[in-house]
Design a protein around this ligand. Structure first.
Ligand code: GLN
Length: 278
């Protein structure tokens, strides 16, 4: 079989399986499997694909046809210009999250702030802040040992300097921080069954399930954080679900935060909250 034919049959296989962006995914898996650039590919479209490579590619296509997210097959997702390794123990970094990190990074800039990322997962938030805010000292916590394993690999991959702590929220956190950032689980439990198959069947529920009303982590983190800000207070940045701005603002207000601002994502939806504790 020639490269051109293989790519075409893979695209048709993915289309038939209902994969939305079939031709893009077939191409990305070709790039991944054969380590070819577009130019290399066009140079050899009419060459025969070595037999063993052909079956390896078809195995990857079968995985994708079974709706395994592309990033769990290639093992990589880019986030704010940095590559992050991912597997089924961590949420795939989302573009939505970039809006919150972007705000936090602009705020921190080159100041010497101590930053804590609570519920770090792949480590994408903590590592990006560490890379882009040169004078910050960044720590990151997660309850999942498997997620922390991945985050530590990502720290190395990106030459970052984040310290990781295994902790059930603040249970094992010490010290004081100027900025606390979190993308906690926020999907209400009963909504999980209605999520897209790729999320529902492959991404870790532990990173998604925000308990009954989806707000439990915001309650706990908002209240518990207060003991971890220094004398001058601090800032909290949350990712939120697009319908949670009022509820999360209310929780923060009750916990004594002020200057509560909503952060929009690229689609113009409410996606984050930034508040101050003085
Ligand atoms: N934004 C994610 C999703 O929609 C959820 C992330 C989270 O719960 N923290 O799948």
């Amino acid at each position: 079989m020639k490269y051109r034919e293989l790519l075409k049959s893979a695209t048709i296989r993915l289309e038939n399986a209902g994969i939305a962006d079939a031709s893009n995914d077939a191409w990305i898996l070709m790039e991944y499997c054969f380590d070819v650039s577009r130019t290399d590919y066009y140079m050899k479209t009419d060459e025969d694909v070595p037999e063993e490579k052909c079956s390896k590619y078809n195995e990857l296509i079968e995985k994708r046809a079974n709706h395994i997210p592309l990033q769990y097959i290639t093992g990589i997702q880019n986030f704010m210009g940095f590559d992050f390794k991912v597997n089924e123990n961590v949420l795939i970094p989302r573009q939505d999250t970039e809006s919150i990190v972007d705000k936090a990074v602009s705020y921190i800039g080159s100041s010497e702030k101590k930053v804590l990322d609570m519920c770090t997962g792949s480590g994408c938030i903590a590592i990006t802040v560490d890379k882009l805010c040169k004078n910050s000292i960044v720590k990151a916590a997660d309850l999942s040992e498997k997620a922390l394993n991945m985050a530590i690999q990502n720290n190395k991959l990106n030459n970052a300097d984040v310290t990781f702590i295994k902790s059930d929220l603040f249970d094992d956190i010490e010290g004081k921080y100027d900025v606390i950032i979190s993308n906690p689980p926020y999907i209400p439990t009963e909504v999980i069954d209605t999520l897209d198959e790729e999320v529902r069947c492959h991404e870790p529920h532990m990173a998604l399930d925000g308990t009954k009303d989806g707000l439990e982590f915001y309650r706990k983190i908002s209240y518990d954080s207060r003991a971890y800000f220094g004398e001058n207070g601090g800032d909290i940045f949350y990712e939120i679900g697009c319908e949670q701005a009022d509820d999360v603002s209310g929780i923060l207000m009750e916990a004594g935060y002020s200057d509560i601002k909503v952060i929009k994502d690229l689609a113009g939806l409410d996606r984050g909250i930034w508040a101050k504790y003085k």
